[in-house]
Design a protein around this ligand. Structure first.
Ligand code: PEP
Ligand code: MN
Length: 252
């Protein structure tokens, strides 16, 4: 989905396309941790309500970020998966609160987190009694200036060796450049990622955040076609979408 939920029209236009392409989850931020306090901060609860409408309309599970204890209460209520962003990976009180939640948590790797720090952050959630943690590699900060971050794909097999937790790769924040999302998605699946987190926008030039790294729905179609083929070479298949009947049941 998009980086941020901007309006009902925007969210629905993108959800329709990513669902058709085969996405399982719809991810969009209602609370955005932005570098500048003057940048778009998200629609807050109104954004969460739009996300709930997306689930009802398209049968997609909702992933959305909590930035503090207050937003986590609301995200737990409206969403299906609670995202903890890179900047909060070592916000231990927030991690503990997520550990007391009844929903799965998507934990993004911190901007300069070692593997040990990443796994220990996950441990904070697990130790509070929430076993449902999904890790996400989203790039780390290096001297490289051809990308926004350096996507550390070698962390995927390293995590697999040390942990039972699933790990996703986010090539959107990991590269920060639209044209690099497709090649790094292919590589992520080849290296063994359990899933991808990709930012998609139907009008990237008008996006209120991360437009330069958002791909168009047509490119997302192609991306899924290509990663499906790569997954097959490795003897893996992309999880099937729920049928309309299953999706309707899940809503109740
Ligand atoms: C995001 O997922 O939109 C986001 C802000 O990512 P990160 O926390 O990885 O920077
Ligand atoms: Mn983003």
């Amino acid at each position: 989905g998009p980086c941020a939920i901007e309006s009902r029209e925007q969210a629905f236009a993108i959800a329709e396309r990513v669902r058709a392409a085969g996405a399982r989850l719809f991810r969009g931020g209602a609370y955005k941790p932005r570098t500048s306090p003057y940048s778009f901060q998200g629609l807050g609860e109104q954004g969460l309500k739009i996300l709930a409408e997306v689930r009802a309309e398209f049968g997609l599970k909702i992933v959305t970020e909590a930035v503090d204890a207050e937003s986590l209460d609301l995200v737990e209520q409206y969403g299906d998966v609670i995202q903890i962003g890179a900047r909060n990976m070592q916000n231990f009180s927030l991690l503990k609160r997520a550990g007391r939640a009844r929903k799965p948590v998507l934990l993004k790797r911190g901007l300069s987190a070692t593997l040990d720090e990443f796994l220990m952050a996950a441990e904070y959630i697990l130790a509070e009694g929430n076993p449902q943690v999904i890790l996400c590699e989203r790039g780390v900060r290096t001297f490289a200036d051809h990308t926004r971050n350096t996507l550390d794909l070698s962390v995927v097999p390293a995590v697999e060796r040390l942990s039972h937790l699933p790990i996703l790769v986010d090539p959107s924040h990991g590269t920060g450049r639209r044209e690099k999302v497709l090649p790094l998605s292919r590589a992520a699946v080849a290296v063994g990622a359990d899933g991808l987190l990709v930012e998609v926008h139907h009008q990237p030039s008008k996006a209120l955040s991360d437009g330069y790294q958002s791909i168009l729905p047509d490119d997302f179609d192609r991306l899924l076609e290509e990663v499906r083929a790569i997954a097959a070479v490795l003897g893996r298949t992309l999880a099937a979408q729920p049928t309309a009947a299953q999706a309707a049941k899940a809503l109740h």
